[in-house]
Design a protein around this ligand. Structure first.
Ligand code: ADP
Ligand code: 5GP
Length: 185
């Protein structure tokens, strides 16, 4: 089973993915996307993302190398390479995706029963703001752009296979563990 995590920025996708990587060692691997945005904080090329130029991104689109890609924010492209999924599956690991809402629904459409789409729901937009500010790695302007998009992204929630409400963190991890126990490999 491939797990696709989607949510407005700041809802806790990375936190959920980290939980799976820590709690189930050797079982999962996060698909590393390409992006045209600059690295943030401690991010390392090839670990959080493949940080590439707009020109290289466009060349890879022309070469049909992406299973999906989106312009998630104005001028910023994000996409998943087909080769990335092959790499992870050949290593004998289950693929985890942390992608935007539209990209996630596209991946689910393409992958069908091989994948489970999971929406991470924040308790409120105000709490999202607090978390993004608290994370301390995103500019005020980018935080406002992300919050402006959050309500729109929330409207896609009913289209997902499962929803995790990420209010109390231990409770959110318990919801995630229950999904893994149910849907597993
Ligand atoms: P995303 O990957 O969806 O953008 P993150 O996982 O980076 O979101 O979470 C955003 C911030 O909120 C991080 O600083 C994270 O530690 C914090 N966070 C995540 N879940 C919770 C929670 N349940 N309660 C409080 N803070 C949280
Ligand atoms: P960030 O800039 O905070 O790392 O990511 C911004 C948004 O882009 C997040 O919602 C993240 O899940 C999404 N994203 C990351 N990689 C991909 C990808 O390969 N495809 C799509 N469609 N969205 C992605």
């Amino acid at each position: 089973m491939i797990y696709i995590f989607c949510a407005p920025s700041g809802s806790g996708k990375s936190t959920m993915v980290k939980h799976l990587l820590n709690e189930y060692p050797g079982q999962f691997e996060l698909s590393v996307s390409c992006t045209t945005r600059a690295p943030r904080g401690e991010e390392v090329n090839g670990r959080e993302y493949y940080f590439i130029s707009v020109e290289e991104f466009q060349q890879r689109i022309a070469g049909d190398e992406f299973i999906e890609y989106e312009q998630v924010y104005e001028g910023l492209y994000y996409g998943t390479l087909k080769a990335e999924i092959e790499r992870i599956e050949q290593a004998g690991h289950q693929v985890l995706f942390d992608v935007d809402v539209k990209g996630g629904l596209n991946l689910k459409r393409i992958l069908g029963d091989r994948a489970l789409s999971v929406f991470i729901c924040p308790p409120s937009v105000e709490e999202l703001r607090r978390r993004l500010v608290g994370r301390g790695d995103t500019s005020a302007e980018m935080i406002e752009k992300r919050l402006a998009k959050a309500e729109y992204e929330m409207s896609f929630k009913p289209q997902f296979d499962r929803v995790i409400v990420n209010d109390d963190l231990p409770d959110a991890f318990a919801q995630l563990d229950a999904i893994i126990n149910e849907c597993g490999k």
